[in-house]
Design a protein around this ligand. Structure first.
Ligand code: ASC
Length: 149
């Protein structure tokens, strides 16, 4: 889903105000918001990773709950990458601001993988979860390699 579609959807659902300016009270909030969503996502994604890699015992119910959080969080960070945050301290690679079409495509790819990870977790099949975890992690990494300092 394109970021502008997500935004339109969010407006439709009454989740945000009627203008982009009303979405965050200040640019610092947009940075905190996207970092918060990514942090929570990372916490839950790595719990699935620990199971996928055998570092913790496989628990199908926990995997399903963690994947549901990853899926919910996967939709959130993108709204926080607003142009008015460019001058603020963060790990964004400056070239990112000129490549937002590519960022949007990368976010779409990742969100698609998060849907598949959630579906795999719902099957309770560890092999399916391992595969979906690997595909999702690759989509995280693609964007981090390109756009995170
Ligand atoms: C994680 C996490 C990420 C991704 C990334 C995948 O567990 O926090 O940001 O996986 O490292 O390459």
């Amino acid at each position: 889903m394109k970021i502008r579609h997500l935004f339109a959807l969010a407006v439709t659902l009454g989740m945000v105000g009627t203008s982009a300016q009303a979405q965050f009270q200040k640019p610092e909030d947009a940075v905190k918001y996207r970092q918060g969503a990514l942090f929570v996502m990372g916490q839950h994604f790595s719990r699935i990773g620990a199971m996928a890699n055998g570092r913790t015992p496989f628990n199908a119910e926990a995997a399903q709950q963690n994947a549901a959080v990853v899926l919910a969080m996967s939709k959130l960070p993108w709204a926080g990458f607003t142009p008015d945050t460019q001058s603020l301290q963060s790990r964004v690679e400056p070239k990112m601001w000129g490549e937002m079409d590519k960022v949007s495509a990368a976010a779409d790819r990742f969100m698609g993988e998060a849907v598949k990870l959630d579906a795999a977790a719902k099957t309770g099949n560890l092999d399916a979860i391992k595969k979906a975890f690997g595909d999702t992690a690759a989509s995280c990494k693609a964007c981090h390699d390109a756009y995170r300092q």
